[in-house]
Write a protein that binds this ligand. Structure first.
Ligand code: PLP
Ligand code: THR
Length: 345
C-alpha cells in the first residue's frame, strides 16, 4: 500500500494512547462526554475565535452535513472540477443537501481561480427563475492534487463568492498538510479569509476515524446538530471520536505529523524528478505527488509490491503517490531505487 493513500496509514501513537485512556468506565453518550465538551474551547484557541465543533466519523459525511447547512435543496454548490465532493463521494453531497446541484469550475492543479469564479458568478442568470442559483462555494485545502491555497487566494475566492451571497466551506481533509506547508496561523487561511465552515481533517493525518466539523458561523450549530442526527451521523460513543481529535491537535502534533508527510512527499518528488523517464506533473505542496510515467514502468513497480494510484483525471499515464505521517525516509529511498532500476531495465 506504500504510497496508495494516507488513508492506509495506521493511527498515531498519541491517538491510540488517547483511545486507550478513554476506554475506561462509563461516559455520557451522544456528545455529552467530557472530551467532546472540551473541543469547542480547544478549537476556539486553535483558531483564535469562538467556534462550534462537531465530531463526525467520515470526511464525506462531514462535507455533506456542512454543505447541507450552507445550501438549500434548490441551490448550486460551486467547486473545482476535480473536487472530492464532485468526483469521489458518489452522490453523497446531493443526498445530504436533499438535491442541491454541484457544478465544477475549471482550475489548474485542482485549484479554484478567483477570476474564473468571479466571472462565472457575474454571468450567472440570477433573474432567470428556470436556472438554479449558486448558494455555496466548496474548496479543498490542501487540494486533491496536493496543491495549497494561500490565505490571499482563499480571501479572493471568498470575496468573489460573498459578493453574490454564497456561503463558503472548506474540505480540510488534509488541512494540516496545507498549514504545515504555509506556516501561517490556521485562522489566516480560514475564517479571516472568509470561510464560514470547514472540515478539520484528522483521519488522513493519523486519526483512526474522526473528523471535526468546525463552524466559524456558529449560527449554523443548531441546524448542523439536527441534520447530523437525521443523517444517522450522531455516534453514541462520541468520546472515541473526540479523544482522537483532541490528541491530534494537542502540542501541535497535527502540524508535526503533517510536516513529516509533506517532507517525505518533497523527498519523493525530488528523487522522481531525477529519473529521465518520469515526469512530475507539478511540485507537491502537501503530501501527494503526481507523475507521468510509462504504464509498463508503473506495472513493473506494482508487480514489485509498490502501491500507488492511477490518476486518470490527469491522463492515462498519470499516477498519484501519497505520503503519510509515518512514511519512513528509507521507504521513499527504497522506492526511488526501484524506480531507477526498473526505468533502466
Ligand atoms: C480531499 C478529501 N476530502 C474528503 C475525503 C472523504 O473522506 P472519507 O473517505 O473518510 O469519507 C477524502 C478521502 O480521502 C479526501 O481525499
Ligand atoms: C477516494 C480517494 O480519493 C480518497 N479520498 C483518497 O484520497 O485516497
Amino acid at each position: 500500500m506504500t504510497f496508495y493513500s494516507d488513508n492506509t496509514a495506521p493511527a498515531t501513537p498519541e491517538v491510540m494512547a488517547a483511545l486507550n485512556a478513554a476506554n475506561a468506565g462509563f461516559a455520557a453518550p451522544y456528545g455529552d462526554d467530557t472530551a467532546t465538551h472540551g473541543l469547542n474551547a480547544a478549537f476556539s484557541r486553535l483558531f483564535e475565535t469562538d467556534v462550534a465543533v462537531f465530531p463526525v466519523p467520515l470526511g464525506t459525511a462531514a462535507n455533506g452535513l456542512l454543505l447541507s447547512c450552507l445550501t438549500r435543496p434548490w441551490g448550486v454548490i460551486l467547486a473545482n472540477g476535480a473536487a472530492h465532493v464532485l468526483e469521489d463521494e458518489s452522490t453523497a453531497p446531493e443526498l445530504f443537501t436533499d438535491g442541491a446541484r454541484l457544478v465544477g469550475l475549471p482550475g489548474d492543479r485542482a485549484k479554484l481561480d478567483a477570476a474564473t469564479l468571479r466571472q462565472r458568478l457575474v454571468d450567472w442568470p440570477w433573474d432567470f427563475i428556470h436556472t438554479a442559483k449558486p448558494q455555496a462555494l466548496a474548496l479543498t485545502q490542501s487540494t486533491e492534487q496536493g496543491t495549497v491555497y494561500t490565505p490571499d487566494e482563499v480571501a479572493a475566492l471568498c470575496d468573489a463568492a460573498k459578493a453574490h451571497g454564497l456561503k463558503t466551506m472548506m474540505d480540510g481533509a488534509r488541512f494540516a498538510n496545507a498549514v504545515a506547508h504555509l506556516g501561517c496561523a490556521p485562522a489566516d487561511v480560514t475564517w479571516r479569509a472568509g470561510i464560514d465552515a470547514m472540515v478539520f481533517g484528522v483521519t488522513k493525518n493519523g486519526g483512526m476515524a474522526a473528523e471535526a466539523a468546525v463552524l466559524f458561523d456558529r449560527s449554523l450549530a443548531e441546524e448542523f446538530a439536527l441534520r447530523q442526527k437525521r443523517a444517522g451521523q450522531l455516534i453514541s460513543k462520541m468520546r472515541y471520536l473526540s479523544v482522537q481529535i483532541a490528541a491530534s491537535i494537542a502540542d501541535d502534533m497535527w502540524l508535526k505529523r503533517a510536516a513529516h508527510a509533506n517532507a517525505m512527499a518533497t523527498r519523493l518528488a525530488a528523487g522522481l524528478q531525477a529519473v529521465p523517464s518520469v515526469k512530475l506533473c507539478h511540485q507537491p505542496q502537501a503530501n501527494a505527488v503526481f507523475v507521468r510515467m510509462a504504464p509498463a514502468l508503473a506495472d513493473a513497480l506494482s508487480a514489485a509490491g509498490w502501491g500507488f494510484n492511477p490518476w486518470r483525471s490527469l491522463g492515462q499515464d498519470s499516477y498519484r503517490l501519497v505520503t503519510a505521517w509515518n512514511t519512513p525516509a528509507e521507504t521513499v529511498d527504497g522506492f526511488l531505487a526501484a524506480v531507477r532500476e526498473q526505468a533502466a531495465a
